[in-house]
Design a protein around this ligand. Structure first.
Ligand code: NAD
Length: 460
């Protein structure tokens, strides 16, 4: 692997800066968070424009899912930081007495944040907020695919912070290869499972801990006992937001046979309500990020199975909100995460069969279940494993600062958001403090019979 001196220089500077201890002071962390929030708001027009140029993301969605997501996280962090930093006093064990014990959240050091392109601001700045809160320095590598947003992020960070504290390194996979050849104190990676493996392999050489926020095929189970209108609206929103390019988008629907036809009708109605009769002309509908993904998605559509949408335009990289019916697990669309505006619908008669289909595949990042029945809810929750679950809605689980966000198995490892995100970038250091006023000889050699009796007394 190539190791460049330029990266080494930046890392050395950051290590020196970290060693000064400045990043540990709570006031320093607070100021950094306030500066970041201020610049996110001050630079909003530039960021919104970059997101629009990159993939026609509407200002509404950019504010909702990128800017507001970050500013709310900053507010929440500022409100709670003092209590997160406060050492956690815990009881000392009988054998340690007299003593006091505490757990201190210690900053890790230098963090590498590698982002994906689908929410390029949120996916780089949200982990940064947690890394700052925990007292670290950071290097950010935004996705090169959303290149204008990458420039906007670099500009924002360049204004906000000196590079020995936080800096952006732009570029593609060669830059990532160079970065991960170096030693960091944590790598926070968001992207595909394929690249996640590359990251983990490189990190292993330095025993660098990794957080991997990956993807997968997130199922959406729909039982017959639901409010069909609201269900269709929530599924259509979660699927077609950001043109389906959302890691926790419902990848496919598993629906009870008895309501499938009615559901398809409702989905069509919702698509029209959201984007009009010609979504290509809707200012609220994003486009596919690049030609590679456009072609990848087109090749997964089987025209004879399309029941809604299906239209595309290579020039504008437009793919209509598309629904495919009569889909089976042998179809191309079911081979990998879709990550685009195509919703395959599979039907079932027996809920157990639906559960078995999910469990026969890698653990998904998210699982959605629409039902009013407690028994059904509990059955699905205990019989399946996924990074997160949202009952009777889509995507909304990510909005809470109180719920950890992350995958399980192939969909990732480690968690972010809120206090848990702060913990991700901290080392929970155990500290035991003893005094000199009592030093019982019990544990010291020679191990006399009476000492052995004392310890044996507890062995029951
Ligand atoms: P990606 O894995 O292709 O790229 C992610 C990052 O890795 C980019 O910064 C890119 O420069 C770098 N990269 C790409 N190829 C590389 C290589 N061969 N060697 C080293 N680095 C490389 O992912 P993407 O296309 O940007 O994003 C889509 C994926 O991300 C989907 O699978 C999606 O589900 C997942 N995702 C997950 C989350 C989450 O929070 N779990 C959020 C968003 C996206």
């Amino acid at each position: 692997m190539l190791v460049t001196t330029k990266t080494e220089e930046i890392l050395q500077k950051q290590r020196c800066f970290f060693q000064t201890g400045k990043t540990r002071a709570i006031d320093f962390r607070r100021e950094a968070l306030k500066t970041l929030k201020h610049l996110l708001i001050a630079d909003r027009e530039k960021i919104l424009l970059a997101l629009k140029q990159d993939f026609n993301k509407s200002n509404f969605e950019s504010i909702e899912t990128e800017l507001l997501f970050c500013t709310r996280q900053i507010d929440y962090t500022l409100k709670n930081l003092k209590s997160w930093i406060k050492p956690d006093k815990v009881p000392a064990s009988l054998f340690q007495l007299p003593a006091s014990a505490r757990i201190v959240a210690e900053p890790l050091g230098i963090i590498l944040i590698i982002g994906a392109w689908n929410y390029p601001v949120q996916l780089t700045l949200s982990p940064l907020i947690s890394a700052i809160a925990a007292g670290n320095c950071a290097i950010i590598k935004p996705s090169e695919i959303t290149s204008r947003t990458s420039v906007a992020i670099a500009h924002l960070i360049g204004q906000a912070f000196p590079s020995e504290y936080i800096t952006v390194i732009e570029g593609g996979k060669d830059i990532v290869r160079d970065l991960i050849a170096h030693k960091f104190d944590r790598i926070f990676f968001t992207g595909s499972s394929r690249v996640g493996q590359i990251i983990m392999e490189a990190a292993a050489k330095h025993l660098t801990p990794v957080t991997l926020e990956l993807g997968g095929k997130s199922p959406c189970i729909i039982e017959p006992d639901i409010d069909l209108d609201i269900t269709a609206r929530r599924v259509a929103w979660g699927k077609f937001l950001n043109c389906g390019q959302t890691c926790i988008a419902p990848d496919y629907v598993l629906i009870h046979r008895s309501i499938k036809t009615a559901f398809l009708k409702k989905i069509q109605e919702k698509i029209e309500q959201f984007y009009g009769s010609d979504p290509e002309r809707s200012p609220d509908y994003a486009k596919i990020v690049n030609d590679f993904h456009f072609q990848r998605l087109l090749s997964a559509i089987e025209p004879q199975k399309v029941v809604i949408g299906g239209k595309s335009n290579a020039e504008t990289r437009y793919i209509a909100p598309t629904v495919m019916d009569g889909v089976t697990w042998d179809d191309r669309i079911m081979e990998e995460e879709i990550f685009g505006p195509i919703l395959p619908v599979l039907e079932y008669e027996d809920l157990e069969a639906a559960i078995a289909q999910i469990n026969a595949r890698p653990k998904p990042l998210a699982l959605y279940l629409f039902t009013n029945k407690k028994k059904t809810r509990e059955r699905v929750l205990q019989a399946t494993s996924s990074g997160n679950v949202c009952l009777n809605d889509t995507l909304m689980q990510i909005v809470s600062e109180h719920l950890p966000f992350g995958g399980v198995g192939e969909s990732g490892m480690g968690t972010s958001h809120g206090k848990i995100g702060f913990n991700t970038f901290s080392h929970q250091k155990s500290i035991l403090q003893r005094s000199f006023w009592l030093d019982l000889p019990l544990r010291y050699p020679p191990y006399t019979e009476i000492k052995a009796k004392f310890f044996n007394f507890f062995l029951r």
